[in-house]
Design a protein around this ligand. Structure first.
Ligand SMILES: [Zn+2]
Length: 141
């Protein structure tokens, strides 16, 4: 994995946007401003794009007469963003896991589900069907 630290939202979103397809530097900045709700200057952006290019994660081509650069991910860049997404996916799992409960069937319940008090104990199931099975297995009515 390339030695690039994704330690701020500008870098993270830049890679997210490039993962959706090729972008002009100008469009990248515009979209970042929209997502982050603040001004992004070219000096926030271009050193990072250069780092990506030096590490062969992106390439740029020129389109049109006015020498507009279009950035796109290389295969190495696609692998890198893939790893980045799975790393952040783990973080998201950690963030939401306290809010997840497990149904006796093995389902994980993030929201909704079916709550029932059984022998004075609040239980959570993914559905009423699981609650019924649980009660019949444990000979509870
Ligand atoms: Zn269930």
């Amino acid at each position: 994995m390339a030695d690039i630290k994704i330690n701020n939202m500008v870098k993270f979103y830049t890679l997210c946007l490039l993962a959706t397809g090729q972008k002009h530097g100008y469009d990248l900045i515009k979209e970042l401003e929209e997502k982050l709700g603040r001004r992004i200057s070219a000096s926030n952006m271009y050193p990072f794009l250069n780092t990506l290019r030096k590490n062969r994660l992106i390439k740029f081509g020129k389109i049109g007469k006015r020498d507009k650069k279009v950035y796109h991910l290389t295969q190495k860049g696609k692998n890198f963003t893939g790893q980045m997404f799975s790393k952040f996916g783990d973080l998201i799992n950690i963030a939401i896991s306290p809010r997840i409960s497990a149904c006796p069937c093995g389902c994980k319940i993030y929201s909704g589900g079916h709550a029932e008090k059984i022998r004075g104990k609040a239980m959570k199931f993914c559905c009423t069907h699981c609650a019924k099975i649980y009660k019949s297995k444990n000979k509870l009515k």
